[in-house]
Each structure stands twice: as C-alpha cells, then as structure tokens.
Unconditional design. Structure first.
Length: 612
C-alpha cells in the first residue's frame, strides 16, 4: 500500500463503528466536520501535559499523525547552561500518537525549560515548574464541559480562559471531564483541545479526568469494564470497545502519577486513580464512574428512562439496592490509606468528575424538573455515604465538575453538615442547562441568602446544605452552544492559614478587574477544618505542642476506628470529637506514631504535648 501523503494525514478524523475499523486508526481518514489541519514537519508535536510527584516527572507529548517514513522515536530534553540535554526518549504509541516520558530522580526544587523533539525539525517547548512548597497560597484553576459541538453553533473562543489563567498564574490546572465531546473521534477533538489550551498546559502541572463524553457515550457507569448493550449505557459498562477507551485514557491520563493499584479491569482497561502531592497539597485523583454500577435492571423504574426518576412520591430507599457500587472497594481502600498519610502535606483535596449528591432539580429546559438523576453521585446512597465518610477523615475538600451548573454544597451523612464541602465548577460552554431550584426554601439559611440555599434533602434523600448556585435565567435553553451560566472556577488553598477560597467566574471577564463580578454566592472562604466539624460534636481540651504543624490522629477508644488524621496549623489544636465517647490521641511529626493520651473525652483539660 502506497504511503498516505501529508495532506491525507492531516485531514484525519476517525469514524469508529466497530473494532476492526478502530484498529485502522493508525491510517488517518478524512472527516466531515472535525478535521486535522495540515501541519509541516516542524509542527508535528501538538502539545504536552505533565505532572511531577515524589521526584518523578511524567510527561506525555501529543503528536499529529506520522507517516510510515517518519521516525517513531521522540526525545525529551531540558535546558542547562544554555544547552539542551536529553533526559529521556520514547517510542510513539499508535493508535493515538502519544509519546509518554518518565524521568525518575527529578529535582523539583528548580524550574526547567524543556522541549520535546522529533527528528531534527519538530520541537515543542515549555517549562516544568519547581514545586511551589515555599508559597503560602496554591491556586488551582478548574474547568469542565469543553463542548465544541459543531452541529450546535460551532466553537466558542477559549482566549478569555487562557488570559485569566495567566493573570492569576495558576499553579495547577484541573480539567474534571468532558474535555472532548466528539463521541467517535476522540483523537481529532483531543488535538483541538490541545490547540486551545496548550499554551497554559505546557507550563503547569495538569490533571485531566476523562468522563462519559470523552469515552464516547452520553452517560457512564463503567461497572469495572463491562460491555454495555443498552442505548444510553444505563445497564452499566462501556459503549465503545475497550481499545478505544484505552486510547482515550492514554492520551488524557498517562502523564499522571502512577496508579496506586494498577490492576486492570474488564476489556484490559487500566485505572488511573492516584494522588499528586504538589505545593504542600495532597490531591486524591478519583474515578467516579469506572467502578459504578448501572441502574437498568437493578432498581425500580420511575420514568421513561431507567436512570431518571420522575415520580416525586417514590421511596428513595427503594433504589439504594444491595450490590450497587459507587467508588468501589479498591478506591475506598486507597482513600483510607491516603487520609492517614500526611507526608509533605498540609492540606488534602479530592478531585473527581462530579459531586456526591443530586446537584440539580431542573434539566435541559426551564420546565424540565427531574426528581432524581442516577447519573449523579447522589446514587447509590450507601456508596455515596461511604465515600464521604472516608474523605472527611482527611478533612478533604472536594473539587469537581460535570453538572453544567456551578454549586457549593456542604454534605451530610447522619446530620446536615457533618461531612466535606464541594465546589462544582461551571461548564466552559453550555448547551444543556441545569438549575438548582428546590420546591421548598432551605432551613438554617444564612441571613439574606436565597431560598434555594440552606439545608435540603436531594432527590435521593441525601442531606445537603447549599451555599451557592449559578442558576441561568429561567428561559428555554435553546439548541445552540452559549456562555449562559458558563465559566470556570478558581480555588485558593492557603497552606499557612488553612483557608480555602472558592471563586466562580463567568466567561469573558477580566478576573483582575475590580469591577468584574463573580456569580452570586462567590467568593466563599472556609477553613480546612470545616470539612469535618459536625454540629453535634464537642471539643476536647486544647493541646499545645513543642513543634510546628504536627500530625494528629483521633481514634475511638472502644472500636479502635480512626475518626480522622490531620496536620494541624501551628503549635496548638483543639480536636473536635463526638460527645459521650472516649478517645485515643496519637501525634507525630509526619505520621501519628506516638500515643499521647488514652481515654480523653469532650470537655477535657488542656494538655502540653512533647514530641521527640
């Protein structure tokens, strides 16, 4: 077969209809509405993503299609004393044209200019930043829902997002899902994503979490790699072949730190749940949907769709069925271990595709009330509660997306506000709108706050307290992409004061302009310790330490259950604890190694703690 010429290569757009066709994607095809632009050899590298964790650099370069005559080896070089030195080389992986690099023993105390090199003509340059452990404030910019939808109005410029990331000089970029909306040609759309965001991605650690649209389906209940057989995939599993899913995850996640439990799931699909420690913030990177079971055939149907509950009189307990999984045992085990490990960490943050509740009442159109949506992390309720119970043990803040609606919730399990806070960022662009609009005003609202705030039960009877919702105007959504209720999020983590400030910005504003306004309800600042401070708890006696910022662990003296582990701020700490129980307190420099007291109760006397 004659070599395809460069023009054909650069017009590639894959149309996947079967596994045999999928296997041919190393031979680019012409596409109808999302083609690859013609590029010269010097431009064969589209963009690059990286993270640095535990002195290991992982960087994935994304290439345009190569011809059979092009070299398949790519080099990674860093600049030192004005010269470029090769530190790694790799072979391009087909399908998907990715070049993953790994450099161990990376010195993260310095910033380095890097370049990805292909042959003698193609170079792509960026900066691997030094670990910002000397900064008091770590800024994480969050995005979700990067739809371009050519059939619904075409592309919307991302330049305002690029400009604002540079204005705040974000330390970390977080793309929580739906980076790509083309259900058949992830590769072509992924290149478009890279052309839009590459200028900010190349110089910052970037976290991408593939969600349902990224892997080519409208909703996703991954069910450990099962093959879905229903339209809409509500029976659980993947609609696309496993080889397609693996290509997507290789492109979007191969630069993340190594998975903590790398065992594959069905169809040979890998996992990427792990943690990233950067700037004194320990991020747990979770996979909301990979292990989650589908509702079809498991729960009583309450509407035309198996995942949508239209009956407001249904019994929420009826859908919390045995065997329904959310995060799964492997991820719960990881969170338990992560919550107790505070090495080089001052604060803990959970990153995932979406929040642990039904975060919207109205879907799609202004009159589209939906009582409950099983595509949310409010279902299954038992799985939701187990996830929150583990995360609060680390006082973890939750940063997520997916809902097409920005919200702030304080979650509850046994009582309102006894678990973690979450911030769901708005979509970059909107076609499918949502509203948080409960039928009854919330209880315990702040003075002057809107009726939709306060204590509520979501559609699954989960306890939630809303503090903000960027609801769009109540008019039909239309059928064109727009920036209505769209935008992005910024979270500022102050590792000294342990304050967390959430910002929610609309599109096309300058966030440094004093006249620019955020969505109503933002900004909002909470304490790290608000992520586990139930209203019914009391306080133990104040503890004074001989060292700064020790790690403190609280254990139930009878059950020996670890209630929480946290690195405290400064030399004093007054632990919160349930009333009427006895506790063991352990303390250490970086781990809770020494038991300092046994049998302490709420209302105890102050104590001085000496740590060797």
């Amino acid at each position: 077969m004659k070599l395809l010429n460069r023009l054909a290569l650069c017009c590639f757009a894959l149309l996947v209809t079967s596994t045999p066709l999928l296997a041919q994607q190393s031979r680019p095809r012409r596409g109808a509405d999302l083609s690859i632009p013609e590029v010269a050899k010097k431009d064969l590298i589209c963009f690059a993503l990286y993270t640095v964790h535990d002195n290991t650099l992982k960087l994935t370069a994304q290439l345009y299609p190569l011809s059979d005559s092009d070299p398949k080896t790519v080099r990674l070089e860093i600049e030192s004393d004005g010269k470029w030195t090769e530190v790694a080389r790799t072979t391009v992986i087909e399908p998907g044209w990715t070049a993953p690099f790994r450099v161990d023993n990376w010195d993260d105390t310095k910033s380095y200019k890097y370049r990805v090199a292909h042959g003698s003509e193609a170079f792509y340059q960026g900066t691997v930043r030094k670990n910002p452990v000397d900064k008091d404030e770590i800024v994480v910019a969050g995005f979700t829902g990067n739809s371009i939808q050519p059939a619904h109005g075409g592309d919307i410029s991302r330049q305002d997002l690029i400009d604002n990331v540079n204005r705040v000089d974000a330390d970390v970029l977080f793309f929580s899902g739906d980076q790509v909306y083309d259900h058949n040609r992830h590769y072509a759309a992924w290149l478009k994503f890279g052309r839009d965001f590459g200028d900010i991605i190349k110089d910052r650690p970037t976290i991408c979490l593939p969600d349902d649209h990224d892997v080519g389906q409208p909703n996703l209940w991954g069910e450990s790699g099962k093959i879905s057989t229903l339209s809409g995939a509500a029976d659980g599993g993947y609609a696309k072949p496993g080889v397609y899913v693996k290509e997507v995850e290789r492109a979007q996640t191969s630069h993340l730190p190594d998975p903590v439990d790398p065992h594959k799931i069905g169809q040979g699909i890998g996992v990427y749940f792990t943690n990233l420690n950067w700037g004194g913030i320990d991020f747990a990177i979770l996979e909301d949907r990979k292990f989650k079971t589908g509702p079809a055939g498991r729960v009583p149907k309450q509407g035309p769709r198996p995942d949508h509950i239209r009956n407001p009189d249904y019994d929420p307990a009826s859908v919390d069925v045995d065997g329904a999984i959310l995060l799964g045992e492997r991820q719960l085990k990881f969170i338990d271990q992560w919550a107790q490990d505070w090495s080089d960490a001052k604060m803990k943050v959970a990153l995932s595709q979406t929040i642990f509740c039904g975060g919207a009442h109205i879907h799609g159109t202004a009159n589209g009330r939906l009582h409950a949506d099983m595509d949310s992390n409010g279902w299954p309720q038992s799985g939701r509660n187990r996830a929150l119970a583990e995360l609060r043990k680390a006082f973890a803040f939750h940063y997520a997306g997916d809902q097409h609606l920005a919200t702030i919730f304080h979650h509850g399990i046994d009582e309102h506000r006894d678990a973690i806070w979450s911030f769901c960022v708005p979509s970059i662009a909107n076609l499918y709108l949502r509203w948080w609009e409960p039928l009854e005003p919330g209880e315990n609202r702040e003075p002057g706050a809107p009726d939709y705030t306060g204590d509520h039960l979501d559609g699954f009877a989960n306890k939630v307290t809303n503090y903000a919702a960027a609801n769009p105007e109540e008019k039909p959504a239309g059928n064109l992409l727009n920036t209505r209720a769209a935008g992005f999020g910024i979270v500022r983590f102050n590792t000294q004061s342990r304050e967390i400030t959430m910002e929610c910005w609309p599109r096309n504003v300058d966030v440094t302009d004093p006249a620019a306004e955020q969505y109503p309800g933002w900004p909002r600042t909470i304490s790290q310790f608000d992520n586990y401070n139930p209203p019914s708890w009391g306080k133990l006696g104040e503890m004074t330490f001989n060292i700064e910022n020790p790690v403190v662990q609280l254990i139930d003296a009878n059950s020996k259950e670890v209630l929480y582990t946290v690195r405290v701020a400064g030399k004093t700490f007054t632990p919160a604890a349930p009333k009427g129980k006895s506790f063991i307190v352990k303390v250490g420099k970086d781990a809770p190694t020494a038991m300092i007291v046994n049998g302490v109760k709420v209302g105890g006397k102050p104590m001085t703690v000496t740590i060797d």
